[in-house]
Design a protein around this ligand. Sequence first.
Ligand SMILES: NC(=O)c1ccc[n+]([C@@H]2O[C@H](COP(=O)([O-])OP(=O)(O)OC[C@H]3O[C@@H](n4cnc5c(N)ncnc54)[C@H](OP(=O)(O)O)[C@@H]3O)[C@@H](O)[C@H]2O)c1
Length: 374
Amino acid sequence: MKAKGNNLNRRNFISKSALLGAGMVAGPLAFSNEKSSTGKIEGLKAASNPEKRMLGALEVSPIGLGCMSMKSGSYNPPRDKKDMIPVIRGAVDLGVNFFDTAEVYGPFTDEELVGEALAPMRNEVVIASKFGFDLTSGQRGGRNSKPEFIKQAVEGMLKRLRTDRIDLLYLHRLDPNVPVEDVAGTVKNLIKEGKALHFGLSEVSPTTIRKAHAEQPVAAVQSEYSMIQRALENEVIDTCGELGIGFVPWGAVNRGFLGDKFNEYSRFSADSRFASVPYFTPEAIKAHMKVLILVREWARKKDATPAQIALAWVMAQKPYIVPIPGTTKLHHMKENMGTLNIKFTNTELMEFRGALEKIPLVGVRGPETALIDQ
Ligand SMILES: NC(=O)c1ccc[n+]([C@@H]2O[C@H](COP(=O)([O-])OP(=O)(O)OC[C@H]3O[C@@H](n4cnc5c(N)ncnc54)[C@H](OP(=O)(O)O)[C@@H]3O)[C@@H](O)[C@H]2O)c1
């Protein structure tokens, strides 16, 4: 059903050629078939409620809300608290119980907003937040995951989020100076103390996922994944499936592009966040219009909106995928929840994939980057 809608310096190695390679690797065959003879997916716990999805042992709504742009102003000017609280609480009314933030968003102001908005319904929701940057100057500094630093960071997060526990505590970016086992061990202690309930990782390689999971079970890996950014089909998503870890794609609507927010003439000023994104150059946008046209075609077939198709597509790839589209608008949240009514048959998914793979992509990550911590 169409909910009436309107209508880190991490990519040094990206090159157009790597990119064209990504389009080749991301076929259905890139995903292993992890179904056993019983038809179950290995390592995956079943949700007690068929309307929910599992991230490890954590049960969440099948779509969450990414709160990054509300106060940090990543894709828009920072919004007023009085306008954003109704979006967050309205999402709860729509059935969303999974909210994503990080101490670096703002920094700090986004966690404060999420904490205030969700305080009255704290026991009904799952709050995910992330540590990993040195924010002591009040600005985003380098990475810091030293155990004492994490413990201190979590105290601040708990205060800002107005809670005594963080349901899903992610390492935002791996600190090259701290082994991931030490980070996992620190989170393990925080879990013992009840200050965190589940452990997550963001933008890490399959090797790092395995090392961390051996020390403290990982509930979710959160990394960028969409129809346009498919590098993580190279091992990362399958590794999550094998280990019973959920996968939380950020950027599932390609930062708005697959929600039909831009067109081939869109240009960004130097101070815009989009200006530094390699797939928002004029050349990349022009190339990706073909993806958007394909998405619009599927939207017509399914009586859906482009954003709904973008979300339904990622959700259809694996049952343990839970997207967290970011929005500052309640009508977009409502539209995004309308995705739950869209289903693809296997034949449709193959047809969709076949068309997608014929489209050369520009400025996206090459598949080899999935094997490197970002
Ligand atoms: N782990 C990480 O490193 C990392 C990195 C980035 C983000 N994140 C998290 O992931 C969340 C989502 O990622 P993201 O925000 O970067 O990308 P995204 O969800 O792909 O895109 C967000 C953009 O899409 C637009 N949008 C959402 N729904 C729409 C709809 N139905 N129709 C048209 N446009 C729509 C939003 O604009 P409107 O506000 O106008 O709706 C917003 O500008 C973030 O909020 C954040 O919590 C994590």
